[in-house]
Design a protein around this ligand. Sequence first.
Ligand SMILES: *[C@@H]1O[C@H](CO)[C@@H](O)[C@H](O)[C@H]1NC(C)=O
Ligand SMILES: *[C@@H]1O[C@H](CO)[C@@H](O)[C@H](O)[C@H]1NC(C)=O
Ligand SMILES: [Ca+2]
Ligand SMILES: [Ca+2]
Ligand SMILES: [Ca+2]
Ligand SMILES: [Ca+2]
Length: 542
Amino acid sequence: EPLSVHSESASRHLVAACLDCIVRADQRCLLFSSSSFQQDTRTSSSLPKLDLHVIPVWQKGITGKGVVITVLDDGLEWNHTDIYSNYDAAASYDFNDNDPDPFPRYDSTNENKHGTRCAGEIAMQADNNKCGVGVAYNSKVGGIRMLDGIVTDAIEASSIGFNPNHVDIYSASWGPNDDGKTVEGPGRLAQKAFEYGIQKGRGGKGSIFVWASGNGGRQGDNCDCDGYTDSIYTISISSASQQGLSPWYAEKCSSTLATAYSSGDYTDQRITSADLHNECTQTHTGTSASAPLAAGIFALALEQNPNLTWRDLQHIIVWTSEFDPLANNPGWKRNGAGLMVNSRFGFGLLNAKALVDLADPATWKHVPEKKICIVRDDAFQPRELKAAGEITIEIPTKACAGQENAVRSLEHVQVEASIEYTRRGDLHITLTSPAGTTTVLLAERERDTSANGFRNWDFMSVHTWGEDPAGTWTLKITDTSGRMENKGRILSWKLILHGTSEKPEHMKKPRVYIPYNAVQNDRRGVEHMDDMMEVSRKEVPS
Ligand SMILES: *[C@@H]1O[C@H](CO)[C@@H](O)[C@H](O)[C@H]1NC(C)=O
Ligand SMILES: *[C@@H]1O[C@H](CO)[C@@H](O)[C@H](O)[C@H]1NC(C)=O
Ligand SMILES: [Ca+2]
Ligand SMILES: [Ca+2]
Ligand SMILES: [Ca+2]
Ligand SMILES: [Ca+2]
C-alpha cells in the first residue's frame, strides 16, 4: 500500500479546539457569507494577523467563475448542500468502481471523508448558511474517486489525465507512504499522463497539478524522496500553522514551491470545510488541507487570465509568495536572483491578491519558451563513498550558451543520479549553484535503512529559480552518520537545467519584498527583517 492520505493522524487531536470560526484562508470567519468580510479569527491578539489575501480578489468580482477543478481522492459527496451547486459531473469519475459517480463509500468510521473535505475548501457555496465559503466559490468542482481501493499506476494515470480539456486544475493530497523510508514516484503510465496534461491539457496551455508536500515530518520523512511532489509538473504546497510556523508534520525538500495555511499544534485552529453526511467540519488538517486552498487560489488566477500556461503560473507563484509572514522560521536564504526561499515553505506563503494582480492579462507577458540544457560528463567513472567520507563533483557548464537551447534564466534544476549505498537514509546531498546558492537535495532519513540506493532518481530543486546557470556547480554527497560499515558509490549523474534563453519580462526588475501586511501585529521591525535577510544568505541549519 504505497499511498497515504496526507492528513494528520486523528489520535493526536482528540481535544478539538472548538472555536467559533476555524479557517486559515480568507474563507475563515465566514459567518456563512462571502459578503460580510469579518475575517479575523484569531483567538488571541498576540497571534500574528495572517492572511492569504483572498478577500480583496473576491471584492474585484473574481471568484473562480469558468474554472474547473477536480479533486483526486477517495470520492466526493457531491449532493452535499454546500457543494452541489458547484458540482461538475464532467470533472468527475469513479476509477475504483469504474462508473461516472464518485460518491464516497460510507462506512462506520467515515474514512472516506477526505475528498469531500478537500473539495469543500475549494468550492463551498457562498451565502447559503451552510459550512463556509470556498476560496473559489463560483468555480466548478469535481471528484475523482481513486484512493478507495488498490491504487495502480493505471488508476493514477487515468485520474491525472482525466478530461484534460475540460478540467483546468487537479488537486491531489496524497502520495507515497510518509514512513520516512520510502522512495517512490509516478509509474510509467502516471508519468505519461503528467506529460500529456502539460503538453495537451487546457488546449495546450498545460494542466495545473497541485500537490500536497506530505505529512511525514514526525517520521523524519523528506519530500525529496516523493516523486510526485518532486516532479517539475506539480505545484507542491506545504503548510504553515496559525502561528506562522512550520507544523510538526511538515516535510522539508527543495521541490516545494509555496505554502498555504493548515493545522499546527493541537491548540491551533484547523481548517473548516464540508464533511460527509451533509455535515461541516472545523478539523481538516495536514498538508492535505493546504493543497486545496492553493488550488482555489490558482482558480482565481485562471479566471483573471485563462491564458496562463502551466509555467506562467509557477513563475507567478514564485514571484508573489511571501517570505515575511513566515520569517520567524529557520532556513531562509536569498538566492542569486534575489528570491527568498526555504525548504520548509518554498518561496513562502501564497498571496492571492498579488498573484491575481500579476496575472492580469493587460500586463502579464507570457514567459519565453522553455529550454532544457543537459550537462553530463561522458568520462565520469563511478566514485566510492564511505562513512565519514565525501564525494565532491565539480560541474563546469556554459549552460548550452550559443546553442538553440541555451538557458540564461533558471526554472527547475534536476540532478538525475544513480547511487548505490548500504544504508540509503545516511546519505546527504547538496548542490551549490554558480551564484553560490546551496540547496539540500536529500537530507538524512533515520528510518531509511534500505540498501537499494537510488536508480536514475531525479532530485529536483526550485531554489535557484531565476539564476544564471553558467559557471561551476558543485554536487556533494556525504555521510556523517558515524556508521563506519557504510559504503557505496555514485554510478552516474546528469544535471538538467530547465529555464529560458531570455529573462522573463516580469523578472527584469528585481523583486522587492515589502512587509506582508500593513495591519498585521508584526512582532518584528523592518530593520530586523533586513538583518534577517543578511544572516540568511546561508541556510540556517534547523
Ligand atoms: C446524498 O445522497 C445520499 C446517497 O444517495 C443520501 O443518503 C443522502 O441523503 C443525500 N444527501 C442529501 C443532502 O440529499
Ligand atoms: C487569450 O488568448 C486569446 C488568443 O490569443 C485572446 O483572443 C484572448 O483575448 C486572450 N484572453 C485574455 C483574457 O487575455
Ligand atoms: Ca461510484
Ligand atoms: Ca456555504
Ligand atoms: Ca512524504
Ligand atoms: Ca513539484
